[in-house]
Design a protein around this ligand. Structure first.
Ligand SMILES: Cc1ncc(COP(=O)(O)O)c(C=O)c1O
Length: 373
């Protein structure tokens, strides 16, 4: 990746994280040790979910959810297209069919009414993605899921710490998945965590992530077909140290979001992300603005180029899944006008805990300059 003077994202690693990782390296216990349990416990306590299972990535977590819930070839799973490709891929890994529905133009989360309209007799689950750390409308989605006997899986990969009616996302549906890639609110380098209230489901996930071994199995005994989706002690040590200061990191992110808001609030060229949501708490993952509707996709791409030439990291969040080459077979059956219109005009601005106010000012100056070209 090209070096940027101001990157799009940056992890927040303090000496506590470095010391925690070194301590594990010195211990010589690098996998399946006490740090995994401690990290899982920290996430369980934080989210209020009785069970948390560490896995090697958010994608691995979503894949295991599909398997452990018995999603099979021919099943349909409803999800938004305006998100990262991982959830749709996880559905395809088990031979099921992702059914894409449109989003709400303000929160950019799945439109619950459209989700209900997409239900057929093959539908088994809805994936509620808490996009950019904005809690999805869990009241409406849980009601729909219960009414139709469907599972509700939360893709909370971008949303650790977000809340809906005072409860942490991830722990509201049948299962939730977090991800810890370095651009996330907390990072383990690579990593993920599944949370659930269902202990039998949690046990199944623990078996599947460890080559199909029951916890009571002998070494080299594999009772089921499983995977190596384990999370090492090194990753977990990093995660524990990050969890210890998650609230201060979320506050730092909120401060950066407010700084952007203050500088761009009166700018007629852009639509800003809402600073709050009804019944919820945003956990700021990214700062994604939209150019005004009079801007074309080509003009948005010129703004991106302008940022690149100023050596400022800036991204298209998201190119919708149904428009990806690997989803060409799905494209013809999708009618997603809000998704397509929004995704043509989005820009993710640099966003990380230690982004200086002077850099925020510079980014906003470059943005306004680019919009005026
Ligand atoms: C919404 C969403 N789902 C799933 C994932 C997948 O997580 P990972 O990259 O850890 O596999 C991500 C991470 O980028 C994401 O943003």
């Amino acid at each position: 990746m090209t070096h940027m003077k101001i990157p799009l994202s940056a992890p927040d690693i303090s000496s506590a994280e470095i010391e925690a990782v070194v301590e594990v390296l010195r211990s010589s216990r690098l996998s399946l040790g006490p740090k995994l349990e401690e990290f899982e416990h920290a996430v369980a306590i934080y989210t209020g979910a009785p069970n948390a299972i560490g896995v090697s990535s958010g994608t691995a977590g979503l894949h295991l959810c599909m398997l452990a819930f018995g999603i099979r070839p021919g099943d349909e799973i409803i999800l938004p297209s305006f998100t990262f490709v991982a959830a749709a891929n996880a559905i395809r890994y088990v031979g099921a069919n992702p059914v894409f529905v449109d989003i709400d133009p303000v929160t950019l989360n799945i439109d619950a009414e459209r989700a209900e309209a997409a239900i057929t007799n093959k539908t088994k689950a809805i994936v509620a993605v808490h996009t950019f750390g904005y809690p999805a409308d869990m009241d409406a989605l849980l009601t729909i899921a219960r009414r139709h006997g469907l599972l509700l899986i939360e893709d909370a990969c971008e949303a650790i710490g977000a809340e809906f009616r005072g409860q942490k996302v991830g722990a509201l549906g049948d299962a939730g998945v977090f991800a810890f890639y370095p651009n996330k609110q907390i990072t383990t380098g690579e990593g993920g965590m599944i949370v659930t209230r269902d202990s039998a489901f949690a046990k199944k996930i623990r078996t599947l992530r460890n080559q199909g071994r029951y916890e009571t199995d002998e070494w080299f005994q594999h009772s089921e077909l499983g995977f190596n989706y384990r999370l090492s002690e090194v990753h977990c040590a990093l995660g524990i140290a990050q969890m210890r200061r998650i609230e201060s990191m979320l506050m730092a992110r909120e401060t950066v979001a407010r700084a952007y808001h203050q500088l761009l609030d009166n700018c007629a060229d852009v639509v800003l992300p809402p600073t709050s949501v009804p019944h919820g708490r945003v956990s700021w993952f990214a700062y994604v603005i939209r150019l005004h509707e009079r801007f074309t996709r080509g003009q948005r791409d010129s703004v991106l180029k302008h940022f690149a030439s100023a050596e400022i990291g800036c991204g298209r969040y998201f190119a919708p899944i149904h428009m990806q080459p690997s989803y060409e077979a799905w494209r013809h059956s999708c009618f997603l006008p809000v998704t397509e219109s929004v995704s043509e005009r989005t820009l993710a601005l640099p966003f990380f805990n230690k982004l200086a106010q002077t850099d925020v000012q510079r980014i906003c100056d470059v943005l306004l300059e680019a919009c005026a070209l």
